[in-house]
Design a protein around this ligand. Structure first.
Ligand SMILES: [Zn+2]
Length: 69
């Protein structure tokens, strides 16, 4: 069964944010926006390292927005 993802979590400098899954299809130079309004380069969604995952704290704003839908 394939589950349709509506959002993805990615660590970017400043925190681990939730982005719309469609942001992965943006070209790497595009600016994409997290649910809390953080703008990052789309390339950042693709090259997160394991260290990034450990270092960056989860963004509470994104978490809350997703939870409250
Ligand atoms: Zn966020």
């Amino acid at each position: 069964m394939t589950q349709h993802l509506t959002h993805i979590w990615r660590p970017v400098p400043g925190g681990r944010h939730a982005f719309p899954a469609s942001a992965l299809r943006n070209s790497l130079d595009d600016q994409v926006k997290s649910h809390c309004g953080e703008e990052v380069q789309a390339a950042r969604l693709h090259d997160a390292t394991e260290i990034d995952w450990i270092m960056e704290p989860t963004c509470n704003t994104c978490w809350k927005i997703l939870k409250e839908g």
